[in-house]
Write a protein that binds this ligand. Sequence first.
Ligand SMILES: [Zn+2]
Length: 311
Amino acid sequence: MLINISTVGHVITTLSFIAVALYAFLRQKDLHRTTRNSYLIYYAIIGISLIFASINLFRLVHEIDEIHETTLTSDLDAIAQYSGIFIQSGLILVLFASKIEVKPRSHPACVLAIGAHPDDIEIAAGASLAKMRDAGFGITGLILTRGERGGDGDTRPLEAQRGARFLGLDSVKVMDFTDTHLSADIVKITGAIEEMIDKVQPEIIFTHSAHDLHQDHQTVYEATMRAARSARTTILCYESPSVTQDFHPTYFIDVEKYVEVKVQALREHWNQRKKTYMKPELVRGKLAFRGAQAKVDYAEGFEVARMVSAI
Ligand SMILES: [Zn+2]
């Protein structure tokens, strides 16, 4: 029996290919879980490993039989070994290059909550925004009017600031478009929302629903959709007291621990305290109703205008 460097090379190459094939076979679930085009790569690894293991094994057997003393068989030996090592290295490189990588979040996800009037955000999504704040989201509010037709236009912006501070919003901007006449300024409002989207780069926008009887709410919905036409963002439409029977939420946020937070946030809007929809029992009842739809105790419901996952 002839034992030389070539024989040792064949043994090592054969064993390494068998080991790679065995490893790929035993860890196939991990491979499929962590790799793009996993089936292609899996079969390539198994197939090529077995082919080269066989070639090297074949050459090894012939070497042991001492029948390989020609230059031609020596060349074949070299090809079987070196090309095998080369291809194996290539497979490992392909495997690493095909790993599914998810970049860890380096900054908090930003949320933009848009409302026509100073209390809209709290009424419709106050509990969700508080919960998201606690979960690490950065939240910016944008209110288009001072609410001068529905109450005191000097007091209500301050109440919007207080409500936002209570919920934990990073900031809220109250603009001065004319209450109940937003449709006349839809181009400017669209521009204002666009500007805010550029600044905040939100991953989620909360805005009014298309299924809303209030003309200002309808305008804000339309302006938001236009302003976000090119933005890579989820858009969730919230439930104002003036939504129609056609408001059908399909996205629910479980806010069980935030019911009283929402009630308290609404108390910051003292100017609106006599409105029926501000009554705590009605607020709790609506949360319970949406919760029942979502099979949890309390929830806020949203219509999905667009859902983009950043995961
Ligand atoms: Zn409103």
